[in-house]
Design a protein around this ligand. Structure first.
Ligand code: SAM
Length: 274
C-alpha cells in the first residue's frame, strides 16, 4: 500500500499509528514483495505484527498457511475481516511475547517488520522458545542489526550477538530508507535473514544464553571475576579456564563464540561435540 492509501485506510478505520506499539507501516509494495519472496512454499509461516497487512496477503499467496499475531485490537479486527476472503490466513489478536511457540509441531518460518520497542525480547523468544525454527526474516532499525552482527572485541558485542551466531547464520538482505514507512522512523531499517542450524535443543539454548548473560554481566571485570561469580569458587573458575586455555585476565567481550561454547561445555562437565 502506498502512503496515500495507508492514510486513507487508517482514516476509514478510525485508527492512528500508536508509537508505543512501534507502529511504522511499510508503504512500498516493491519492498513488501522482495521481503516476502524470501519465504516461499512453506507449510507454516508466522507473521509478528501484521498491522495493516502489508506483508500478510503476499505471504499467504506464496505459502500454505499463515498465522499472523497482532496485539492491536483495531488492526486485528480489520485483518480478520480481510482474512475471510482467503482460506489460509489466521489472525490472532494477541501479544506475540505470550504466544506458546513451543506448541507448534511443524517447522516454522517467521517474518516480521518488528515493533522496534520490543525487538530484543522478540528475537530472544524466537531463538530460545522453539527448536522448530527454520528461517527468521525480520526488519529492524539499522543500528540494532549492527549489534546482532558485532564481533568479539567491539563495544556492541554481547549476549544476543553470541546467541545469534551460536544458533545459525544471520545476513543483511537490504537496507530500507526511512521514507518507506508511515510514520517515518528516525533512522533507516534493515531486512535481515537468520537461518537456524538445528543442532541445539531448546533447554540447551536457554541454559547457554543464561550462562552467556552471566559471563557478560560485568563487562569491565576479567573473565576470572565473572566466572568466579558463577562457580562461587575462584579456584574452580581458575581450573576451568586453564582446562580451556583461556587467560583469566581477559575481558568477556574478547571471547569468540568457540571459546564461550567451550567454557559452557566445561561448566556442564561435557566434552565438546564437534
Ligand atoms: N507488518 C506491518 C507493516 O509492515 O506495515 C506493521 C509493522 S509495525 C513496525 C509493528 C506491528 O507490530 C504493529 O502492527 C504493532 O501493533 C504490532 N505489535 C506491537 N507489539 C506487538 C506484540 N507484542 N505482539 C504482536 N504484535 C505487536
Amino acid at each position: 500500500m502506498k502512503l496515500r492509501d495507508t492514510k486513507q485506510l487508517l482514516n476509514d478505520l478510525n485508527l492512528a499509528p500508536n508509537k508505543n506499539l512501534g507502529q511504522n507501516f511499510l508503504i512500498n509494495e516493491e519492498i513488501a514483495e522482495s521481503i516476502t519472496s524470501l519465504v516461499k512454499n512453506q507449510d507454516y509461516v508466522i507473521e509478528i505484527g501484521p498491522g495493516l497487512g502489508a506483508l500478510t496477503k503476499k505471504l499467504a499467496q506464496n505459502n500454505k498457511k499463515v498465522l499472523a499475531i497482532e496485539i492491536d485490537r483495531g488492526f486485528a479486527e480489520y485483518l480478520k475481516k480481510e482474512a475471510e476472503k482467503v482460506n489460509n490466513i489466521t489472525i490472532l489478536h494477541s501479544d506475540f511475547l505470550k504466544y506458546p511457540l513451543n506448541k507448534i509441531k511443524e517447522n516454522i518460518n517467521i517474518v516480521s517488520n518488528l515493533p522496534y520497542n520490543i525487538t530484543t525480547p522478540i528475537i530472544e523468544k524466537v531463538l530460545l522458545e522453539s527448536n522448530k525454527l527454520d528461517k527468521f526474516v525480520f526488519m529492524t532499525q539499522k543500528d540494532f542489526i549492527d549489534r546482532l552482527l558485532s564481533k568479539p572485541g567491539s563495544k556492541e558485542y554481547g549476549p544476543i550477538s553470541v546467541l545469534i551466531s551460536s544458533l545459525g547464520n544471520l545476513e543483511i538482505f537490504k537496507v530500507i530508507n526511512k521514507e518507506n514507512f508511515y510514520p517515518q522512523p528516525k533512522i533507516s531499517s534493515c531486512v535481515s535473514v537468520f537461518v537456524c542450524k538445528k543442532t541445539v535443543s531448546q533447554n540447551d539454548r536457554k541454559a547457554f544464553y543464561e550462562f552467556v548473560k552471566l559471563l557478560f554481566k560485568e563487562r569491565r571485570k576479567t573473565i576470572l571475576n565473572n566466572l568466579s561469580a558463577i562457580t562461587k569458587d575462584k579456584k574452580e573458575a581458575e581450573r576451568k579456564l586453564s582446562i580451556v586455555k583461556i587467560l583469566p585476565s581477559r575481558r568477556p567481550e574478547t571471547l569468540n563464540i568457540d571459546e564461550i561454547q567451550l567454557l559452557f561445555d566445561i561448566m556442564l562437565n561435557k566434552t565438546r561435540k564437534k
